[in-house]
Design a protein around this ligand. Sequence first.
Ligand code: ADP
Length: 432
Amino acid sequence: MISANEVMGYGLFALAGMLTVALVLLAVVLRRLRGAQRQARDREAEHQAVLDRLQENEYRLRAIIESEPECVKLQAEDGTVLEINPAGLRLVDADKLEDVVGKKIYCVVAPEYVDFYRENMRRVFSGESVVYEFKAITLRGRVAWMETHGVPLRDARGTIYALLGITRDITEHKNAEEQARRHQTELARVARLSTMGEMATGIAHELNQPLSAIANFARGCIRRLHADGMTPGELIEPLEEVCEQAERAGEILRHVRDFVRKSELQMKPLDINQIVRTVVKFTEHEARQQGAFVRLDLDAGLPRVQADAIMIEQVICNLVRNAVEAMADAQWSRRQVTILTRLIGGDVVEIEVGDSGPGIEATIIDQVFDQFFTTKPEGVGMGLSISRSIVESHGGRIRAESGRKGGATFRFTLQASDQQASGHERADSLHC
Ligand code: ADP
């Protein structure tokens, strides 16, 4: 029999055992808890360190941007300025951030460049990096030329959320360029005038001799006709002299024409797309001032053409200028010039300059290539006539068409040379 004391002893012993197990378990739980707490603290510290590093990086980036001498800015798709550095504020003559941040960038873009600016914004928001020049009018009304290098900024999912633009003032450079261009044009004009002057003096001098001789022999004939007893046979010799001298005069003129032709045409195999791009560069300033777009649709991989670069530039330049002038009237809200190149018939390249202007009336379309034909108050009427001579001297043809709803199109052809063009780019499109 187990006594009550023994039962109590066993009970106490079991209780002590259970307590010991409970205490051991508690100790284990506590240790794990402490471990977990330590881990959480470590993780928090790590997280904080990452945050600190991020913040430090942001401060550093901000300090770099703030001290950057060029304007750095972020713009939303609708043109709202999201951020701008102090150099940017100085560039647009702003006193404080609120003058610019939250406002549309178009406030400082010259009106004739707003469409152009929008087009570049669209390109950046479709993923392209672009460099574009535009005229700006600062908050104090100062006119300046700027160049922006715009790149798309993407979030973690790759969505473009802003344009990052670095802009610099290129006014001085632009003015110098403009001055050089004017100087060059003036030089070319003077050179042309003096060459023409010299040539005219030379021709006059050369022609003077046969013309005086013709006059003398003709007068001699008249004298003989008045004299008594004159026989017709006596007139043969002086009249033969007249014919000879007239032929000599003709010969002089033929030489002059040959000389002009030879000295003007310097035929070489050319990349016509390159010529078009050069012309767009020349004329872009004028086109922009009239609020016109020039769109290029150039056939990549065209063969080279056999032509004189300067002369063909002159033709395309005339056509683009005419197109821009035709659309200058305020009623044409969409002012677009399209220059297109294509291969026709295997070895002929066609260049087309079309516009969205009023077109050409059917009653005058046959006269537009005539010398001195013009419908412009300040026109001379020589542009198309010269263009036709140039194209024809290259063995090509030029023609004009007018759309039923307006819009004039001029097309001319050039013969492809045997050599293939190299390094063509794909068809592109730009605004100027
Ligand atoms: P100018 O420009 O001095 O008038 P041009 O020989 O270049 O001389 O042009 C002759 C005429 O042809 C112009 O006055 C105009 O009437 C017409 N013309 C030329 N290009 C266009 C065009 N793109 N759209 C409408 N008319 C045009």
